[in-house]
Design a protein around this ligand. Sequence first.
Ligand code: UDX
Ligand code: UDX
Ligand code: ADP
Length: 465
Amino acid sequence: MKITNICCIGAGYVGGPTMAVIAHKCPDIKVTIVDLNAERIAAWNDENTDNLPVYEPGLDQIVLSARGRNLFFSTDVEKAIDEAQMIFISVNTPTKTYGLGKGKAADLKYIELCARQIAAVAKDDKIVVEKSTLPVRTAEAVKNILDSTGNGVKFQILSNPEFLAEGTAVEDLLNPDRVLIGGDTDAEGQAAINALVDVYANWIPKERILTTNVWSSELSKLTANAFLAQRVSSINAMSELCEKTGADVNEVARAIGMDSRIGPKFLKSSVGFGGSCFQKDILNLVYIAKSYGLDEVADYWEQVIIMNDHQKRRFAANIVKTLYNTVSGKKITFLGWAFKKDTNDTRESAAIYVADDLLHEQANIAVFDPKVEETTIFRDLDYLATRKPEENKAGVTVYQDPYEACRGTHAIAVLTEWDEFKGYDWQKIYDNMKKPAFVFDGRNVLNGKELKEIGFIFTGVGKAY
Ligand code: UDX
Ligand code: UDX
Ligand code: ADP
């Protein structure tokens, strides 16, 4: 089957960029992205691409190239489902906040709602593609719901996990290491797989398109994220030991990274990993392992999260300790709130947890992030529900200018590795700060030697200064 009409349910960080790139590369395919959130759809349709709901380098150009030609954003979910031959499900699957599996299992209610909606609307055969990260064997549940209508419509379920990283989404989509497609092993399943392979083959070399069974595909996504997060926790575990022993974690990372069996990537020590995927996927993996009675497997992976929580906690604790054991009433400036540079996404960002700890210590926090909006910062803090929203409002001030954020402050903490932080006039910042002037570089991006020459008391991660 040649695909000419695709619908994607969910216009978020995954659905938006992925479908924009498919539309950009496949002018013969009509791609419609639908979302229940009308505000979000309006933002995707905004004339001014600065207002797109997702910030990704290069995304505006991709959207402009295809929007109105073969790329459409709409709230009419039913119409788009009805017209499409292939439907991607790209809705959010957050960690459950209630009931059984609370805090661990993935909440699949949005996925189930999508499946029910597709079942209700579809009048002809459809290929349904899971794009969201899902627990293993979700495809089975989706298939059961789809097949329950009894109206003779046939569904093929594919798993096509997305490996893009935020901040490099466009580059990752244009030039992925691999594309993974899982489907049924029978002839109809293979035909569905081939239909999707043909879509990607418009710009991706065939040898980089892997096909597997559905379960391998679903599990590979969780495994990839667990391995990546595990590397960060491993280097972060070493960072604490480095600080005690006089080793430098950057030198250690370089030395081990040159071993081709280890490789140099994902060895940057930091204040802790964040993002919508790592923690959620590992918790999910832990939950699945436990549900099969595999306690050792579950404990092994859970340690990655425990280490990451520790890394965030000890960063905050170190600030308090260094500032003479009290930050009460002191202004402390956060440079960066996003979970990594080049994105406006803040989900699970270390900054949120460090801020929460320092607010418990009654600090006055000033935040500057080049891309994150004030409402997002308060939403993140309020979501923790550790204090009243009014108290978060009273304890945190968001600035539009980094120099103002740093004026009169006792300490600066770098929470995100935005490139622009390196180029600031650090002498000017120093001159306007309280003395002694402290910098805690949670990303090891600043030049500690230069800052110390200016007069700062400087601390990074994983090195005794
Ligand atoms: C190891 C290190 O590789 C080497 O750099 C260091 O100097 C000494 O320790 P060695 O113990 O000789 O070398 O062998 P290695 O090839 O690393 O294997 C160690 C064990 O891991 C073996 O039992 C091997 O069978 C096992 N292994 C290795 C696996 O089970 N799976 C793998 O993918 C790789
Ligand atoms: C991740 C996976 O990389 C991607 O393949 C998957 O599709 C989704 O999850 P993402 O969360 O967007 O992508 O960003 P990533 O670059 O993996 O970073 C995750 C977190 O780890 C960030 O907070 C980052 O700052 C941190 N990190 C990453 C480190 O602290 N050190 C590193 O060396 C690498
Ligand atoms: P991700 O990072 O996985 O892309 P996001 O939260 O950024 O997650 O995006 C998911 C999107 O899916 C949201 O914009 C949400 O409104 C949308 N969504 C969730 N459920 C449905 C549904 N049943 N129909 C349409 N859109 C949905």
